[in-house]
Design a protein around this ligand. Structure first.
Ligand SMILES: [Zn+2]
Length: 136
C-alpha cells in the first residue's frame, strides 16, 4: 500500500506529549521536526514532503497522538516514510549520537494501540493509552 506524500494516508502522529523544539530541513533528513517530550527525551520525524506539510510550529505544545506531519521522501530517502529517531538526552540523531536509543524499543514501551484507520498502517501512531484493549 503506497503512502501518498500528503493527505490522511501519510499522516504522522506524535508518540508522546511535548513541545516542538525545532522544524528544519537538511540534506539527510529532509524536512523534519524535533519534539522535546515532557520526559526530557527528544523525538525526530523526518522526510516530510515540505515545511508546510509539518503542521506544527516551533514552540507549539503537542499531545500524544496529535497529527504533526506527513510522510514524504525528502533528504536521503529511497521511499516515502517517516524517519523516526529518539534521543534520551539531547536533540542529536546521527547514528552514533550520545543518548540515541532504538526507536523500535522506545515505541514498544509506549502504551499504544496503533490505529489502522481506513486499513493503512500508520508509523509512529496514533496511540491510545488504553492497553487493556490490545489483543496480542
Ligand atoms: Zn529515512
Amino acid at each position: 500500500m503506497g503512502a501518498k506524500e500528503n493527505g490522511d494516508a501519510s499522516n504522522v502522529y506524535a508518540v508522546a506529549d511535548g513541545k516542538v523544539y525545532a522544524k528544519a530541513s537538511d540534506a539527510t533528513g529532509g524536512n523534519n521536526v524535533i519534539i522535546k517530550n515532557n520526559d526530557g527525551s527528544y523525538t525526530y520525524y523526518g522526510h516530510a514532503p515540505s515545511q508546510e506539510s509539518i503542521v506544527v510550529n516551533k514552540g507549539d505544545t503537542v499531545h500524544k497522538g496529535q497529527h504533526i506531519s506527513h510522510q514524504g521522501q525528502t533528504g536521503l530517502a529511497t521511499g516515502v516514510h517517516v524517519h523516526f529517531g529518539v534521543n534520551k538526552k539531547k536533540p542529536a540523531f546521527a547514528p552514533q549520537s550520545d543518548g540515541l536509543v532504538s526507536g523500535g524499543d522506545y515505541l514498544s514501551k509506549v502504551p499504544r494501540k496503533a490505529v489502522p484507520e481506513k486499513g493503512q498502517t500508520v508509523p509512529a501512531g496514533p496511540f491510545s493509552t488504553d492497553q487493556d484493549k490490545d489483543k496480542k
